[in-house]
Ligand binder design. Structure first.
Ligand code: SAH
Length: 314
C-alpha cells in the first residue's frame, strides 16, 4: 500500500486493497500482447485435427499463425550482442521423440529473434528461451510446431504457454535484477517447459502442478534435460510451498479471480509476483511486496490462460 494511500490494511489483502505500483515508482514498461494467439483458442483450433496419443490428451494438431521455419526478421542488436553465453540444455533423444524429425537449433533461434522483435529485451531471458528445447515438451505429433508463437495442447484440457508470454512474464519477474533470481516458485507446471526456462534464470526453482498425470509427464519431459536446480511438486499451488519459501519471484501459469493469500505471504519482501487475473477477460498483474504488511500491484497487458483451480486431481 502506498504511504499516501488509504489507511493501511493488515494482511490478508485482496488485490482491491493493494495500491498501484505506478503511483510510487515507474511501473514495468507496458507491452502489448502482439500475438492474438491464446491458449484456449489454440487448443480449440487443435480439436479434432489429428489423432490423440492417449485417451486423456486433448485432440492435437494445432496450426499456429505461422508454420515453423518461416519466421523472418533479424535479431535485434540487444539479443545479438548482449545475450550471456548460456549452455544449451541438451538432451539425449528419448524414445518418445526418436521418430521426430530433427528440430534444428536454427528454428529455435528464429523464435528468439521473433521474441526480440515482439519487445522482449532481457538478454538473459532471450538466452534462456534459446537454451530450452520446447519441442521436447510436446507430444511427437506437435513437435514440429513447437517454435511457432502459440500455446498448444498438452492433455487434460491444459496447454503449454505461448513462447511470447513465457518470455514476457519472466522478463517482468526479473526486472531490476542484474544477476540470476535466487528462489522462484511457479504455479502450474503443466508439461514443465516454463519451469525449465525459469531454471536458466534462477538459482532455485520450485514448480507445483495439481493434475498428477501432468506432474508425471513434466517429470518425464525434464528427466533427460537433467536440470539440478528445479524441483517439481504435486499439489494445490494455491497453497504455495511454505516449507520452501519465501520466494523472490512467484509466477502463476493459470488465471484466478484474485491472487491466493498464501502466495502473497510467501513472497519475500522485495519479491515480485506475476499472475494472470480474470475470467474471460484476463490481465497480467504484477505484485511487489514492499514490507511485512505491504504489497503494491499494477495491471499490465491482457492475456489468456487456463483457469487456476483449487485442490488436486488424479
Ligand atoms: N507452465 C506451463 C503452462 C501450464 S498450463 C508451460 O510451461 O507452458 C497451467 C497449468 O496450471 C495446468 O497444468 C493446470 O493444471 C495448472 N494449475 C491450475 N490450477 C493449479 C493449482 N491450483 N495448483 C497447481 N497447478 C495448477
Amino acid at each position: 500500500m502506498s504511504e499516501s494511500g488509504p489507511p493501511k490494511k493488515r494482511f490478508p489483502l485482496t488485490l482491491d486493497f493493494v495500491t498501484g505500483i505506478a503511483g510510487r515508482k515507474k511501473a514495468a514498461t507496458p507491452h502489448r500482447l502482439n500475438s492474438t494467439q491464446t491458449a484456449t483458442q489454440n487448443a480449440a483450433k487443435a480439436a479434432g485435427q489429428t489423432s490423440t496419443q492417449s485417451g486423456a490428451r486433448s485432440p492435437t494438431g494445432t496450426r499456429g499463425s505461422q508454420p515453423a521455419g518461416t519466421v523472418t526478421g533479424t535479431v535485434s542488436s540487444v539479443a545479438r550482442t548482449a545475450a550471456p553465453r548460456m549452455q544449451p540444455v541438451t538432451a539425449m533423444a528419448t524414445d518418445r521423440h526418436a521418430n521426430v524429425p530433427l528440430v534444428s537449433d536454427a528454428v529455435r533461434k528464429a523464435m528468439v529473434q521473433r521474441l526480440a522483435e515482439q519487445g522482449v529485451r532481457d538478454p538473459m531471458v532471450l538466452a534462456a528461451m534459446e537454451a530450452v528445447p520446447r519441442h521436447l515438451f510436446l507430444e511427437p505429433g506437435l513437435a514440429s510446431q513447437a517454435y511457432i508463437d502459440a500455446s498448444l495442447p498438452i492433455g487434460y484440457h491444459q496447454t503449454i504457454s505461448q513462447p511470447y508470454i513465457v518470455a514476457r512474464m519472466i522478463e517482468i519477474l526479473r526486472e531490476g535484477t542484474s544477476g540470476k533470481l535466487k528462489k522462484v516458485l511457479e504455479i502450474g507446471t503443466g508439461c514443465g517447459y516454463q519451469a525449465a526456462v525459469l531454471a536458466q534464470v534462477a538459482d532455485e526453482v520450485y514448480s507445483i502442478e495439481r493434475i498428477r498425470p501432468l506432474h508425471e509427464q513434466a517429470r518425464n519431459n525434464l528427466r533427460p534435460l537433467r536440470i539440478p536446480n528445479l524441483r517439481l511438486h504435486y499439489g494445490d499451488g494455491m497453497l504455495g510451498l511454505p516449507q520452501a519459501g519465501p520466494f523472490d519471484g512467484i509466477i502463476l501459469a493459470a488465471a484466478g479471480l484474485e491472487i491466493p493469500q498464501a502466495l502473497m505471504e510467501q513472497l519475500a519482501i522485495g519479491g515480485r509476483m506475476i499472475a494472470p487475473i480474470g475470467n474471460n477477460e484476463q490481465v497480467l498483474k504484477l505484485v511487489v511486496r514492499t514490507g511485512r504488511n505491504e504489497w503494491l500491484a499494477d495491471t499490465l497487458e491482457r492475456c489468456h490462460f487456463v483457469p487456476l483451480r483449487p485442490g488436486t486431481f488424479g
